[in-house]
Write a protein that binds this ligand. Sequence first.
Ligand SMILES: NC(=O)c1ccc[n+]([C@@H]2O[C@H](COP(=O)([O-])OP(=O)(O)OC[C@H]3O[C@@H](n4cnc5c(N)ncnc54)[C@H](O)[C@@H]3O)[C@@H](O)[C@H]2O)c1
Length: 336
Amino acid sequence: MPRPRVFATRPLFPAAQQILKANCEIEYWTEVERISKEELLRRVKDKDGLICLLTEKVNEELLRAAPKLRIAANVAVGFDNIDLPACTKRNVVATNTPGVLDETTADFAWTLMMTVARRIGEGEALARSGAWKGWDLDQLVGMDVWGKTLGVVGFGRIGRAVARRASGFQMKVLYTDAIRAPLDVENELKAEYRDLNSVLADSDFVSLHVPLTGDTRGMFDVAKLSRMKPTAFLINTSRGPVIDEAALEFGGNGAVFLEFHPELGAPLGKTPERGIVVMHLRQRNPRRDPQVRTSAPGSSGLVRPGYRARSGRQGGGERIPQSQDPSAASSRRFQP
Ligand SMILES: NC(=O)c1ccc[n+]([C@@H]2O[C@H](COP(=O)([O-])OP(=O)(O)OC[C@H]3O[C@@H](n4cnc5c(N)ncnc54)[C@H](O)[C@@H]3O)[C@@H](O)[C@H]2O)c1
């Protein structure tokens, strides 16, 4: 039986490469520049499998160009770059890598929270500028995190990991989600379920952890932001477009994480004065974290479509359930 032909839009970690080499005819995109759409369409023409990043769109156009494709394995937790209904229509399995970055992303959300609360960005810029003339009583006065109220929007894997850390800071935790968490989870994390407006009104820090979908795109617009306390911070480690771009000019304190790309020039000028903007930074080091080495391909699915790769283990590629198909109920929970 001929081995499946697979194209990967980026060289993977060595352990993943070994698995692929043993099972497939694998071809990698090795240029430093991201692959262009045209080149991608050309490369997938005769492929059975595609391993892609969130920078590549798996849509009608790509699927039309790849009539043999049986799987699109996304090396990312979010899968907003994948048109699930189009994949379903063509019987193409889509997989992602849930769970790999829960703690990493939660750490990062906390990094942003502490950074804006304690005004680290401004302090660092001042220190480097050479303009700092010495300490003063009212200089760059920050805000405590300890004892404040944390609002989590999207209480899935990452949202809960963020909430878990709040107990060390004796914070009150509020959350909202399309689906209320089981009582034992609420009790364990001492988290109180509220509707979104109530979370926004009562939180000192609002941390976003919803996937980017038709429902959540632009979900945080000026109207939503105006419901927040004027002193509150907004932390976004989900996807940039969950915040409406016009809302960035709204002001307030918000720390805004934007997934900007160099070619877009980044709407840096639009972010609040005390906000900080960083690029997509969260990733784990495979040398230090062996668990991530083979997390990328969702590789079992390449040879057995529909098979959930290493189900239940953190770090494996997993088939994206049909419930995540935006044409199905968009509020259904994805892998609780
Ligand atoms: N920036 C990063 O490095 C990074 C890393 C991993 C994941 N992410 C992003 O974080 C997102 C969340 O990841 P996760 O693993 O926690 O996902 P998850 O599926 O475990 O949790 C998402 C939660 O959001 C809820 N939700 C969905 N739509 C909603 C809506 N309209 N209103 C309220 N709640 C809604 C779901 O019910 C679910 O509980 C991913 O989709 C991805 O976009 C970012």
